[in-house]
Ligand binder design. Structure first.
Ligand code: PLP
Length: 430
């Protein structure tokens, strides 16, 4: 049943349509996502794990299929038609992505495999080149391992001090501690714009201003924000921004590092080999210009073109409308979850400061058991530590359950989640 049909039939069980002011035409959007018509265990799939990886619209699949069918050849190398066509589409994708995040130029965009690789690139190239023993790196207690482990390794290797902004009792960053944590030795601050566990949205601007005031550089992990809300790097004035294509309708294997031009120019390469040099002689190499200096070897150009199509899709929807849609869904999900006996929401309960991620525990039910039982009902959620073990240690939890939303999520899917949780409790006699 489409949204419109539900409205027409006034399906009382759902009841959400009176509460929600739809900002996206989800019926039309869902028609672009073939996988959402799949059945799981005999039921229409209710896919609530987009924070891990989103589904893909036909426009993205077709953009990639079209390259393979009509314009496939290695980029930046051939002088023949296919290679020139593939190169042009690849570089056009870079331009689209630059525009999507308000970057001054395409040269600010480095393609990586994912956000993790972008952060490792920064730790290796920026961190190993510019940080000295005794310098401090400030991250937060809520970071994904991708923004945690590279800094731990760098700190151990280089004798740096790694410090953490704590979380507040309501599950947001305790920014009142920022001034005492930022010291003249702080060289780098790296934090998630939106937490993949708590859903907490942090306003990056005041943090970036305070870090810049003491001369520190700032990395924003936009993995959970760029797919879901307007993000403009010039307005933020961040030094670097990282995100992954697969969480924003794009394929796997492609991610983005945005960097300010002077910093990218000053940084040494991360990986070396073909494409990242301008010339190699027996006396040594000369590096290519930014961004190719950071793109050694054959890049994932078909995937980059797919990400370009994803960005076209999101831009046509308008990112403010995407955020408004997810805010409404989150508010509705938080309200419905509060009815479930034994359910505890992890993170802020104000939908204005929460992305489309609803993480929770259920009294005396292990999140993995819950996720397995929900799968029997066709409902896909995530269970575990969500690659944020230090945060779970702080929360005193070994695992949590997480439902996450995107442009194609409809309120009746929140209802399906709640109904499936009740069934699971019943099955487990909780
Ligand atoms: C906040 C955050 N940062 C980084 C990552 C890492 O993304 P990837 O695995 O695509 O590199 C994720 C993935 O879940 C994330 O949620």
């Amino acid at each position: 049943m489409t949204n419109d049909e539900r409205r027409a039939t006034g399906d009382g069980r759902l009841g959400a349509y009176e509460v929600l002011r739809p900002t996206l035409d989800t019926s039309r959007i869902r028609a672009d996502f073939p996988i959402l018509a799949e059945q799981v265990n005999g039921r229409s799939v209710v896919f609530l794990d987009s924070a891990a990886s989103s589904q893909k619209p036909v426009q993205v699949l077709q953009a990639m299929d079209d390259v393979y069918r009509h314009a496939y050849a290695n980029v930046h190398r051939g002088v023949y038609t296919f290679s020139e066509a593939a190169t042009e589409r690849y570089e056009q994708a870079r331009v689209k992505i630059a525009r999507f995040i308000g970057a001054p130029a395409a040269e600010n965009i480095v393609f990586t495999r994912n956000a993790t690789e972008a952060l490792n690139l920064l730790a290796y190239s920026y961190g190993r080149h510019f940080l000295q023993p005794g310098d401090e790196i400030l991250i937060t207690e809520l970071e994904h391992h991708a923004n945690f482990v590279p800094w731990q390794v760098l700190a151990q290797e280089r004798g740096l001090r790694l410090k953490f902004i704590p979380i507040s009792p309501e599950g947001r960053l305790a920014l009142d501690k920022l001034d005492e944590l930022l010291t003249p030795r702080t060289r780098l601050l790296s934090f998630a714009h939106v937490s993949n566990v708590l859903g907490a949205i942090t306003d990056p601007r005041p943090i970036i201003q305070r870090a810049h005031a003491i001369g520190a550089r700032v990395i924003v992990d936009g993995s959970q924000s760029v797919p879901h809300m307007p993000v403009n790097v010039v307005e933020l004035d961040c030094d670097f921004l990282v995100f992954s294509g697969h969480k924003m309708l794009g394929p796997t294997g492609i991610g983005v590092l945005y960097g300010k031009r002077d910093l990218l120019d000053a940084m040494p390469p991360f990986l070396t080999g073909g494409d990242m040099i301008s010339a190699v002689g027996f006396d040594g190499p000369r590096w290519n210009d930014v961004p190719l200096k950071f793109e050694a070897g054959t890049p994932a150009f078909v995937e980059a073109i797919g990400l370009g199509a994803a960005v076209d899709y999101l831009s046509a929807l308008d990112m403010s409308a995407v955020r408004a849609h997810e805010r409404e869904l989150t508010a509705y999900a938080l309200e419905r979850m509060s009815e479930v006996p034994g359910a505890k929401i992890i993170g802020p309960t104000d939908p204005d400061v929460r992305g489309g991620v609803v993480t929770f525990t259920l009294d005396r039910v292990h999140p993995h058991d819950l996720a397995s039982l929900l799968d029997r009902e066709g409902v896909a959620i995530r269970a575990g530590h969500h690659c944020a073990q230090p945060l779970h240690i702080r929360l005193g939890l070994s695992a949590t359950a997480r439902a996450s939303f995107y442009i194609y999520t409809e309120p009746h899917e929140v209802d399906a989640l709640i109904e499936a949780i009740y069934k699971a409790r019943h099955a487990l006699k909780r």
